[in-house]
Design a protein around this ligand. Sequence first.
Ligand SMILES: [Zn+2]
Length: 86
Amino acid sequence: MAAPRPPRPVCEVDRAFLELVGRPRSETSAASSVCSPEPPELRPFPVPRVGAREYILCNGHITDLFDELARAKGPRPTVGTDAPTG
Ligand SMILES: [Zn+2]
């Protein structure tokens, strides 16, 4: 009676990092993150490169991706009063 669940989509965080950040995720600060429990979804953002399709990302990894893109864009802020160390 139980309808079979649709298969969980694969989180495309690795492809997104390679294409948008330009580095493998394993070389970024988001390397150790794991997928959120919720199934990944097709996201309108971040916008993929021309010709590429949109990314399927979980909640945690879309945050990681935006963090990394913001970091890669501008110079790092030099204030470090509340920056975690270690
Ligand atoms: Zn994920």
